[in-house]
Ligand binder design. Structure first.
Ligand code: GDP
Length: 197
């Protein structure tokens, strides 16, 4: 898929205020600092469409971007950082879970995980929650330029093993590097194929 246009539409913390159109949408979410903003900018070839996080957790909003007038890319807040208060965490969880439970236009979520790390509890719990709510998702292993192919393979296998402890099959996955522009075509083609099906 060529990216012909990528425009910011709206930010909010209420699923009811998300765009009313019926365009298919894909939501990107992961731990703070996982490389989500860099990935979105790499995918859209825009330098600062998504704001790379100077201070993790600052922007706690659902951000909609319109791509090629055809689909919405949704940038969701990062999770799992220490500096946010308990109250903020609760509010955060509520609007994110509301988004996932109620957003009919959502075709798939992409859960970003740092390819260098072993499976993290918070990510596994989130995937578990999505699975229980029948929300389709794929995994994106980010920053693959930072590790050797063997280590990457091992980390991916570890993830799959963990998921297979509870599920009968594993979700699709992608490997990406925003600095080396790895995985861009694969991800965009995946989205295009679903949109055309
Ligand atoms: P976010 O908090 O998930 O939006 O993460 P950012 O996109 O702001 O990235 C967090 C940090 O990781 C920044 O210092 C980025 O430069 C770095 N980073 C992001 N993606 C990559 C990548 O693919 N490779 C490498 N080496 N660094 C990356």
């Amino acid at each position: 898929m060529d990216i012909k246009s990528a425009k910011f539409v709206i930010s909010n913390s209420d699923v009811k205020k998300c765009p009313e159109s019926n365009l298919p949408e894909y939501a990107f979410i992961g731990r703070s600092n996982v490389g989500k903003s860099s990935l979105i900018n790499m995918l859209t070839k825009r330098k600062s469409l998504a704001k790379t996080s100077g201070r993790p957790g600052k922007t706690q909003l659902i951000n909609h971007f319109l791509i090629n007038q055809e689909w919405h890319l949704v940038d969701l807040p990062g999770y799992g950082y220490a500096r946010v208060s308990k109250k903020e965490k609760k509010t955060f969880q509520k609007f994110i879970t509301d988004y996932f439970k109620n957003r009919k236009q959502l075709v798939s979520a992409f859960i970003l995980v740092d390819s260098r790390h072993e499976p993290q509890k918070i990510d596994l719990e989130f995937m578990q929650w999505l699975g229980e709510h029948m929300i389709p998702f794929a995994i994106i292993f980010t920053k693959v330029d930072k590790l050797k192919p063997n280590a990457l393979e091992r980390n991916i296998e570890d993830y799959q093993k963990k998921l297979l402890e509870t599920w009968a099959s594993v979700p699709p996955y992608f490997v990406t590097s925003s600095s080396k522009e790895i995985g861009r075509d694969e991800l965009l083609n995946y989205i295009e194929e679903i949109n055309n099906s």
